[in-house]
Design a protein around this ligand. Structure first.
Ligand code: HEM
Length: 396
């Protein structure tokens, strides 16, 4: 029953195997405002999962990937020649939800433009590094096909962060709908493929990866974590921009196949869901530690001077704290660790016009330079990448 995907009826049978912590977050706090309250750890994406499993079994994925390479813009017609069942699904999956608010999405673009530098660093170093201590995600990423080439994988994942924040995001000229629908197909493929990996099955404590709960966990490592950090840093954000940023990610979750009853309807609800599903599950795995090391080494290929591993490591420690830095075996960097502790707050205040500008010491320009380089590394570099449905797992 589980293997078939939408195993709602199996909840009772599974409760013995489930971790002790029950799902208690109420669907009343969701964008749907109601729902059955079914534990999303046992809900996947039945429509996409069966379809993509069948495409893989029919050997049609390479031809589909070739066709989908030409499908780039939200407003573009699907390429001719797609299998009929896939085309029908994609036509349905590309529709924005009825509750998508164009006005809010436009405000989100303004917010992303204003805050692009912070967002680049936060997506990369807070969300990206956090993904390595989300055990199920780290295992899935490590043992899937993309795990063998992390640089390529990171730029593909960063494409989503880029697309959701770009000027046309969900408009016909934008690319976010395309990226989300393709990602939904990739996740469905992973659900079919990973259970066939002898390496993943040995270490995973689940039969099928990427449940709706898992997607929301990762979702919280993105907008919820980003907003928590911006608030910690006292970056002034008008209420309408903050809720618009949330809205762009609510629509994003829907487009990734998350049911509306699991998508929080406010930051307060998002925080309460994250308290329950994200914060308690973070922990180290050998695979996550290896992924984090690869991430920290990425900077050296872009700019050996300013983004070298010690600086990225110090920023990670600063953003995620000593405990997580310790799990990831990130070395202490006395100079950078202290500089960030002492100077980051005033630096943000100067940037935000909350402190007088002429007093800014030299270190602030270093931070500014760092922000620019890191934003480039984690966001802009991702632009020309095409997301493809995998047909295999990591070979070893
Ligand atoms: C692929 C984003 C949740 C595991 C991707 C891709 C994107 C993406 C953009 C395509 C990039 C590529 O093909 O490499 C997201 C977002 C999520 C989310 C925005 C939540 C909001 C998850 C979760 C897991 C997961 C919860 C696992 C527990 C994977 C794996 C791949 C993938 C294994 C394929 C890697 C490969 O073989 O290439 N995801 N993802 N994702 N994602 Fe996610």
């Amino acid at each position: 029953m589980l293997k078939a995907g939408g195993a709602l009826g199996a909840i009772g049978a599974l409760s013995a195997a489930a971790p002790a912590r029950a799902w208690t977050w109420s669907p009343q706090g969701s964008v749907a405002g109601q729902g059955l309250g079914v534990d999303p750890r046992w809900v996947w994406d039945p429509e996409a999962d069966q379809l993509v499993a069948s495409l893989i079994d029919r050997g049609e994925v390479p031809a589909v990937n070739a066709l989908l390479r030409t499908w780039k813009k939200n407003g573009q017609a699907l390429p001719a020649g797609l299998p009929a069942d896939l085309r029908d699904f994609m036509e349905y999956a590309r529709q924005l939800p009825s509750w998508a608010d164009p006005q809010k999405l436009a405000t989100a673009v303004k917010f992303n433009e204003k805050r692009g530098l912070y967002l680049g660093v936060l997506y990369g170093l807070a969300s990206g590094m956090m993904s390595t201590v989300i055990p199920k995600e780290a295992l899935a990423v490590y043992y899937s096909q993309g795990g063998a080439d992390m640089k390529d994988r990171i730029s593909k994942t960063a494409k989503l962060g880029y697309d959701i924040g770009s000027v046309n995001a969900y408009l016909p000229e934008g690319e976010m709908i395309v990226t989300a629908v393709k990602t939904r197909l990739v996740h469905a493929a992973v659900r079919h493929l990973l259970p066939q990996s002898p390496y993943w099955t040995k270490v995973a404590d689940e039969d099928i990866p990427i449940s709706q709960a898992d997607i929301m966990v990762t979702w919280h490592s993105l907008p919820t974590t980003v907003m928590r950090k911006l608030n910690d840093w006292k970056v002034p954000i008008p209420e309408n921009e903050s809720s618009a940023f949330l809205h762009s990610w609510q629509v994003g979750a829907h487009m990734l196949g998350v049911k509306d009853e699991y998508i929080p309807n406010s930051w307060a609800q998002a925080n309460s869901q994250a308290d329950q599903v994200l914060d308690p599950i973070l922990r180290a795995t050998p695979e996550g530690v290896k992924l984090a090391d690869i991430l920290l080494n990425l900077g050296s290929s872009v700019d050996a001077g300013i983004l070298s591993k010690p600086i990225l490591g110090a920023f990670t420690r600063f953003m995620l704290g000593d405990e997580i830095a310790g799990w990831l075996k990130i070395a202490r960097e006395p100079v950078w660790d202290n500089l960030l502790k002492v100077a980051w707050g005033p630096f943000v205040a100067v940037r935000e016009g909350l402190l007088p500008f002429p007093l800014a010491p030299k270190a602030y320009w270093l931070f500014d330079e760092f922000l620019r380089k890191a934003a480039l590394l984690f966001l802009s570099e991702a632009k020309p990448i095409s997301i493809e449905i995998p047909v295999t797992n990591r070979p070893s």
